[in-house]
Design a protein around this ligand. Structure first.
Ligand code: ZN
Length: 178
């Protein structure tokens, strides 16, 4: 297994809804293992497959109670309100206080193909919403409110992304001595 590079904002794979997984096989088990290793190394508490460039509907997490894997997750119920300072491995160096529903009812499948049915609130509920959002093609910045703040942050990140992009092109030029 190997550590995989984490994609960052501006990468189209993060804004594309992922594909449902049809067969839960050894390939998916290996993917989940690599994702967990990448998540722990980051370190993070959750990682969605498209964050490592794989457009498949699976995420891994660990809220402090051991590793978990959810395949084809769906949130079928949410309620309440919960304010939480949220960050993301794909938007490194930033965090924002974001209000989301508190309690969620998540369904999906585990690596053995068994149905999962989990009710979670607060921290774990937040992880589930954040990771399911990734798989639907949304980032935490899409949940910023009011819209003016969201626009301001997106503009700031676009600028940062362009700077990172031109910096890496610059270092490539240096490698090739041009
Ligand atoms: Zn994230």
């Amino acid at each position: 297994m190997s550590l995989l590079p984490i994609r960052t904002h501006g990468d189209p794979v993060l804004s594309t809804p992922t594909q449902e997984i049809k067969n839960i096989d050894g390939r998916i088990a290996a993917l989940a293992q690599s994702m967990l290793e990448t998540m722990y190394a980051a370190p993070g508490v959750g990682l969605a497959a498209n964050q490592i460039g794989v457009s498949q509907r699976i995420f891994v997490y660990d809220d402090g109670n051991g590793p978990g894997v959810v395949i084809n997750p769906q949130i079928i119920e949410k309620s309440g309100e919960y304010h939480f300072e949220e960050g993301c491995l794909s938007v490194p160096g930033h965090s924002w206080e974001i209000m989301r529903p508190d309690k969620v009812h998540l369904i999906g499948f585990d690596l053995d193909g068994n149905e999962l049915d989990i009710e979670a609130d607060q921290y774990l509920g937040r992880i589930f919403q954040h990771e399911t959002d990734h798989l639907d093609g949304f980032l935490l910045i899409d949940r910023l409110d009011p819209p003016e703040l969201q626009q301001k942050v997106k503009k700031m990140l676009r600028k940062q992304h362009i700077e990172i992009d031109s910096a890496s092109k610059e270092s490539q030029r240096n490698i090739f001595g041009k």
